[in-house]
Design a protein around this ligand. Structure first.
Ligand code: FMN
Length: 496
């Protein structure tokens, strides 16, 4: 094997006073390629994935496949899982020329590891840990070569403090504390426990757990006073995390940003609704004017989709409302409160989340309410407008009829008065004039009738006289006829 001894003294790095940014040991991930990548982005120190020391020592194949490095891969810490001091020390001797230290895994909570005496079960064996640290120290000649441990905490933090102090007394270089117990998985990290440990030892302490952004480095440092921070999933999500790049691909923790965009949109919608309602309620815009607005081309085009838009919006808002209810319930649970008590900064965090969820609840609730009110108001304005149109038309007709009848009555009255009193005002004079003309017409008619009657009378007299003449003539003729008949009968008698 070729050696790459760059003589990096990690302990000197702690002396600079800067908070060290460290890439956590990660099985299958923190291999050479990944380490090279994160080193480009401000990562100060890298760990290899956990290697089982016994396997490493047993097989060359295991050594070749489990541990690969290169010249630029420094400073580098090789992490081992071990349950006996000598095997660990032997493995450390093998990797020492290619690395800057070894780390003993006392935090792996997996069942297979615990049952083999590796990982987190070691936090309950402080004497063994002490022995392992001391054996490595004694066996590896390089004085700057570090021996560190990575632990989880106990339910009773005093036990963890005891473990750390024992490891310190054995010559451990630093301690990395993953602030969760062996039973915890995604629960909030107990930074207060890390702080307690830091306060009780005189060696560097590294905090681990939920460090996902560059800003967390400073926050956790302030909170615990640690000398370095270690990130695993944060770096997996964003290998450039320690350099402050936040433009990571879509990932769990980016979701709140998208969520806040969504809630910003809902809040904006709420303000639009309030604006529209205010305009609708402006008193000097009459329903008639609204009808004119509603009858305009644009509105009639939009109104075709109005019902669909209304339904879609109501569904979206109701879904968001129930989502907000779910969030409020989530952050109001008893468990959340308990977690918060265990961890002071978590308390504020949870309160902030609860506050946001409640704010979202109010926003979506009001948005739904105002949307319904707006729909109702628009419908009522339309109805009012069409009713007032009808009323105005009826009113106009009634007014016309009233005026006509009023005029007639007035005329009648005037005529009556003119007839009765002969009043001299203009209307009466007109009435009188009309009457005079009417009387004149009647007189003329009467005169014409008289004349016709007189003419008829004289004609009747003439006819009467003619009739009398004719009657006399008829009587004479009748008499003559009688005489002739008498004469003829006498002659007949004679001749007979
Ligand atoms: C994929 C993966 C592999 C891990 N492998 C190891 C390991 O080999 N050794 C170890 O001590 N911890 C290992 N861990 C635990 C992490 O080092 C770290 O302690 C834990 O994930 C909490 O840190 P985080 O919140 O930054 O992820 C692993 C974690 C992950 C996610």
């Amino acid at each position: 094997m070729k050696t790459f001894n760059a003589n990096a003294n990690v302990m000197d790095m702690f002396e600079t006073g800067n908070v060290l940014k460290i890439c956590a040991p990660m099985v299958r991930y923190s291999k050479l390629a990944f380490r090279s990548l994160v080193r480009k982005y401000n990562c100060d120190l890298c760990y290899t994935p956990m290697i089982v020391a016994a396997d490493f020592m047993r097989s060359e194949k295991a050594r070749d496949s489990e541990f690969t490095t290169c010249k630029g891969d420094r400073p580098l810490i090789v992490q081992f899982a071990a349950n006996d001091a000598q095997t660990l020390a032997d493995a450390a001797s093998v990797v020492a020329p290619f690395s800057d230290g070894v780390d003993l895994n006392c935090g792996c909570p997996q069942r297979w590891a615990m049952s083999s005496g590796y990982g987190a079960c070691l936090i309950n064996k402080p004497e063994l840990v002490k022995d392992m640290v001391r054996t490595v120290r004694d066996q590896v000649d390089e004085p700057n070569y570090s021996v560190s441990i990575k632990i989880r905490i106990h339910d009773d933090i005093r036990k963890t403090v005891d473990l750390c102090q024992k490891a310190e007394s054995a010559g451990v270089s630093w301690i990395t504390v993953h602030g969760r117990t062996a039973q915890e998985r995604h629960q909030p990290v107990h930074y207060d426990g890390i702080k307690t440990i830091k306060d009780c030892v005189n060696i560097p302490v590294i905090a681990n757990g939920d460090i996902k952004y560059l800003k967390d480095v400073e926050t956790i440092h302030k909170l615990t006073g640690v000398d370095g921070v270690m990130s695993a999933r944060g770096l997996l999500a964003n290998p450039a995390m320690f350099s402050g790049f936040e433009d990571t691909p879509l990932h769990g923790d980016n979701l709140p940003f998208i969520m806040s965009l969504q809630w910003t949109a809902v809040a904006f919608f709420l303000y639009v609704e309030m604006g529209i309602l205010l305009i609708l309620c402006i008193p000097f815009i009459s329903p008639k004017r609204w009808t004119r607005i509603f009858n305009c081309r644009l509105w009639s085009y939009v109104s075709r989709f109005w019902n669909k838009v209304f339904l879609t919006m109501i569904i979206i808002l109701i879904v968001l409302f129930f989502d907000a209810v779910r969030e409020v319930r989530k952050y109001s649970t008893k468990n959340a409160g308990t977690d918060a008590k265990l961890q002071p900064n978590m308390y504020d965090h949870l309160h902030m989340k609860l506050f946001r969820a409640q704010r979202n609840l109010y926003i979506s609730g009001f948005a739904v309410f105002l949307w319904l009110v707006m729909k109702r108001v628009i419908t009522m304005i339309s109805q009012l407008a069409s009713m007032s149109d009808t009323t105005a038309a009826l009113q106009a007709t009634a007014d016309g009829a009233n005026q006509a009848s009023k005029k007639c009555m007035e005329d009648n009255e005037r005529l009556k008065q003119a007839l009765m009193e002969g009043s001299s005002d203009k209307a009466t004079a007109e009435g009188m004039q009309l009457l005079r003309e009417e009387v004149k017409k009647l007189k003329d008619g009467l005169k014409a009738s008289d004349e016709t009657l007189a003419k008829s009378h004289s004609e009747a007299d003439v006819m009467k006289k003619q009739m009398e003449g004719l009657t006399r003539e008829y009587d004479r003729l009748l008499r003559e006829h009688q005489e002739l008949q008498n004469r003829e009968s006498t002659e007949d008698k004679k001749s007979a």
